[in-house]
Every structure is written in structure tokens, then in C-alpha cells.
Design a protein around this ligand. Structure first.
Ligand code: PNS
Length: 160
């Protein structure tokens, strides 16, 4: 059993993310989902606390999974958690290009490796960006997110 870290912005967490978490649990054992900021993306729709809460509810059936927010670098979060490696999900070749550059950079500066998990083919089209777009306009995203996230999205849409 090893501990691995799965960093992401998770804004919001969706079924593709959950699939990666479940695969990482069966491969490694303990998984820390690290809620982080992606400097390439504008300020998130959901606060770190909202994301922690909706992810926590979505992985409640997985006792070896923890959810924690981290500021700063993914490699520092990995060191803080004594993680064997960073886990990332891959959906498309475009994901690979971005992730490979980050993986090499992270390894070069820290010696921490990244292991890729291919997202289940049936879920590979799901993206947080389109979930945000559709739910902002009142659309139904329940087929793409865990039910805990669907409830938060609905409440968020009613408030705004
Ligand atoms: O879900 P995302 O937005 O694709 O996740 C990207 C994330 C948050 C994992 C990435 O932006 C990240 O690692 N951010 C922390 C800052 C960091 O470590 N930067 C160095 C990258 S080589």
C-alpha cells in the first residue's frame, strides 16, 4: 500500500475525476485528492471549501481517500503527504501534451514522478468547463457528475 496524490482544480469534480480516483485506489491504496489552484485558469467558480465538501461527499464510499486543499506547488503537496508519486488522469492526446510537460518539469525539480491513469473511454469527454457552462444556464449535468456535486450545482444556479 502506498500513498499517492491526485492534484487538480476540480471546479467542479466530475465522474471522470471519480474514475481516476477509483483506479488510483485499486493501484496504490491510499489517495490524497489535492484541491489546488491552476494559474492558467481564472478564479474558480467554487471556493476551496465548497470543492472540499463536494469531493468529500463524492468519495465517501472510499475509506482510503482523503481530500485536502493545498496552496503552492503540487510537488510540495506530494512531499507533505509523503506521496510515492503524483497521479494524473488522461482523456485525450491534448491532455497528454500538457501533462507530459508538467510531469517532466516536476520530476526535474523534485525527483517526484507522475503516473498517468487513462480515464474510462465512456467518460473521456467530460470536462469541468462544459459542466460549468451548462449548469450556469440551468442545463442538466446529472449524467456527468456525482450526485453530491449535482446538488451543489443546482443550489449554486438557483442562488445566482
Ligand atoms: O485540474 P487542472 O486544472 O488540470 O489541475 C492543474 C493543477 C492544479 C494540478 C496544476 O495547475 C498544478 O499542479 N498547480 C499547482 C502549481 C504547480 O505545481 N505548478 C508547477 C507546474 S509544473
Amino acid at each position: 500500500m502506498s500513498t499517492v496524490i491526485y492534484p487538480g482544480s476540480f471546479d467542479p469534480f466530475h465522474l471522470g475525476h471519480l474514475d481516476v480516483v477509483e483506479q488510483a485506489v485499486s493501484l496504490f491504496g491510499d489517495v490524497v485528492i489535492a484541491v489546488m489552484h491552476n494559474p492558467q485558469k481564472p478564479a474558480g467558480t467554487f471556493s476551496a471549501d465548497e470543492r472540499l465538501s463536494m469531493i468529500g461527499d463524492s468519495v465517501a464510499h472510499l475509506p482510503s481517500v482523503r481530500v485536502q486543499a493545498f496552496a503552492g506547488l503540487a510537488i510540495d503537496a506530494a512531499k507533505a503527504m509523503n506521496a510515492l508519486c503524483i497521479v494524473k488522469g488522461l482523456r485525450t492526446p491534448a491532455d497528454f501534451e500538457v501533462e507530459q510537460q508538467m510531469a517532466h518539469t516536476n520530476f526535474t525539480v523534485s525527483g517526484i514522478r507522475t503516473v498517468y491513469v487513462p480515464c474510462a473511454p465512456a467518460l473521456g469527454f467530460i470536462s469541468s468547463r462544459f459542466i460549468r457552462e451548462i449548469s450556469t444556464h440551468g442545463g442538466d449535468v446529472t449524467s456527468m457528475v456525482p450526485s453530491a456535486v449535482a446538488n451543489v450545482l443546482l443550489a449554486h444556479h438557483k442562488r445566482s
